[in-house]
Design a protein around this ligand. Structure first.
Ligand SMILES: [Fe+2]
Length: 536
């Protein structure tokens, strides 16, 4: 049986209650309490099919999905973890529960959350699938029931009304709950210590008035607020965006709505002390293609970008839109305002950065045009006439998944971080001809000097997204560690967690946590200081 927090009890809206009642029967079969090393036991369904993952299953690199929930007490650590590192590094990524529909994309796998709990120089590892409504329905049926990425037209009729959310994109922490997030659905709330799912459709006590919720909320560390939004908020392909702020206790205290110039992916957004900004990209939602069995998005190179700005706490009808050229930019490194100006730093490329989202007009995927670099977008809201936003490339290094010292979200900041690919670094000849140059560095960007420093993982490995960990409570901005997972390509993709000192980026990691397996690929991760975690 699930044990629910007070918040999650209050969170149950009428609609969610109906869904939960329906899912309750499935939960009884699929189990909601994770069992180390196995999926939960359940009764076999009729017409069960043999489960087999083809070698070309997307996102698996021919190695098969991970599909293993596990606990490791006292991981193998090479080097020494400073005793002042106390907290939990959470990460999430897609990990197929069942073989996907032919033609589906890696981003549609079920979310799998893992936690590295670091304390007193020791590391304990735990991984669990969030028990999404989708996961439980499929577990009960012993087969895939959901079709293509964000395409409800391709689903088995039996799951009509069941949340399609995979909770596979980002994991963040607020008011005592760990949220596993996918932008097409409300958060899935988990116990941050056990990784048990405590609410598969979290609505902030019924206050969330959107059918969706971004994977990239922002946090105002001065107030404890979580500022967030949902796009396609009133249903598939709707042009409504819902924006809200939840206070430190998880109560929604402000909400507003805006309409977007066209419907497309709004994967991330920017929040400063004064403003909220969205970049609308040509990654357009395409219902006609969905009805033909395709994925949710296609890149429409005829569309401009639009930079929309509204005031925090304001009315969505006052949003102002500024035009820009075709560009792809999915993640915000940091954002701040200065008077009536807002500045937003993003990794930005000329063209579609996702080879598995098709170009609508038949252009071939262009890896060079897809290479992102850090750009600064800005507008001056005191100028009543501008029609365009400003755009400046800050650095030449190419990469994706930029981050910052998260204590500086919403305020002026100096340091950013990003996994990058350095073409001057060698590739181990034993790897042969690699199709794509690996992401082999973490780069630290100093916006005050425009200088960079770089950690190189070596010639046989690649790096996933990193998180910043302060050296200690009260440490200066950027003074601490980068933490992230490395893939050992000469060891069948085995996974290591590396910890890098930001004061010595050109050194080897101060510690490497060696996992005895190849974990699934992470999309995003989050660091929670130990003092912020619930007490055991
Ligand atoms: Fe993201």
């Amino acid at each position: 049986m699930r044990k629910k927090s007070k918040q999650t009890k209050k969170a149950t809206s009428g609609a969610a209650m109906n869904r939960r009642k329906f899912m309750g029967t499935l939960a009884a079969a699929a189990g909601t309490t994770a069992v180390a090393g196995s999926l939960s036991p359940f009764a076999p369904s009729v017409n069960a099919e043999t489960v087999h993952f083809a070698a070309n299953t997307p996102g698996m690199g021919g190695a098969g999905p991970f599909r293993t929930e596990c606990d490791i007490r006292d991981c193998d650590v090479e080097g020494e973890i400073p005793s002042n590192i106390d907290g939990a590094f959470y990460r999430v990524g897609p990990d197929w529960q069942y073989p996907p529909m032919a033609g589906n994309i890696p981003f549609d796998g079920e979310g799998h959350v893992s936690m590295f709990r670091i304390q007193n120089g020791h590391v304990d590892f735990k991984s669990r699938y969030p028990r999404t409504q989708r996961f439980k329905a499929q577990a009960a049926a012993r087969k895939r029931l959901f079709g293509m990425y964000r395409n409800p037209f391709s689903d088995d009729p039996s799951v009509k009304g069941v949340s399609r959310g995979t909770a596979n994109t980002h994991v963040v922490y607020h008011h005592g709950l760990l949220f596993s997030l996918k932008e097409d659905s409300p958060p899935v709330a988990m116990n941050p210590l056990t990784l048990d799912t405590v609410d598969d459709y979290y609505t902030f006590g019924g206050g969330l008035h959107s059918l969706t919720h971004t994977a990239h909320p922002k946090f105002d560390n001065a107030t404890g607020e979580m500022i967030s939004y949902g796009y396609e908020a009133k249903g598939l392909a709707t042009d409504d965006v819902y924006i809200f702020s939840a206070n430190a206790k998880g109560h929604i205290t402000w909400e507003t709505w805006i309409k977007v110039p066209y419907v497309g992916m709004i994967h991330d957004f920017a929040v400063s002390q004064k403003y909220i900004a969205f970049l609308i990209l040509p990654m357009a939602t395409n219902v006609e293609r969905m009805k033909q069995g395709q994925v949710h998005f296609a890149w429409d190179s005829t569309l401009p970008t639009w930079f929309g700005v509204l005031e925090r706490g304001g009315d969505g009808k006052d949003v102002r839109w500024f035009k820009g050229p075709e560009r792809c930019a999915t993640h915000v490194m940091g954002a701040f305002s200065d008077g009536n100006k807002i500045y937003v730093d993003m990794d930005m490329a000329l063209k579609n950065q996702f080879p598995f989202f098709p170009n609508l007009h038949g252009e071939p995927f262009d890896p060079k045009a897809a290479a992102g670099t850090v750009h600064r977008l800005s507008v001056d809201l005191s100028d009543k006439t501008p029609r365009d936003y400003n755009m400046e490339e800050l650095y030449p290094q190419t990469g994706a998944l930029p981050r910052q010292d998260d204590r500086y979200q919403t305020i002026p900041y100096r340091y950013g971080f990003m996994p990058t690919s350095d073409p001057t670094k060698p590739i181990n000849p034993r790897l042969g001809n690699v199709a794509f140059r690996p992401t082999n560095c973490y780069t630290m960007f100093d916006h005050a000097t425009r200088k960079t420093s770089q950690f190189w993982i070596g010639d046989d490995s690649s790096l996933q997204e990193c998180c910043f960990v302060p050296r200690h409570k009260g440490a200066g901005e950027g003074d601490g560690y980068l933490i992230g997972v490395a893939t050992r390509m000469l060891e069948a993709g085995r996974s290591d967690l590396v910890i890098v000192d930001t004061q010595h980026m050109d050194d080897k990691p101060i510690a490497t946590v060696r996992l005895p397996f190849r974990s699934y690929s992470q999309v995003h991760g989050w660091w929670v200081p130990g003092e912020d975690l619930p007490k055991v």
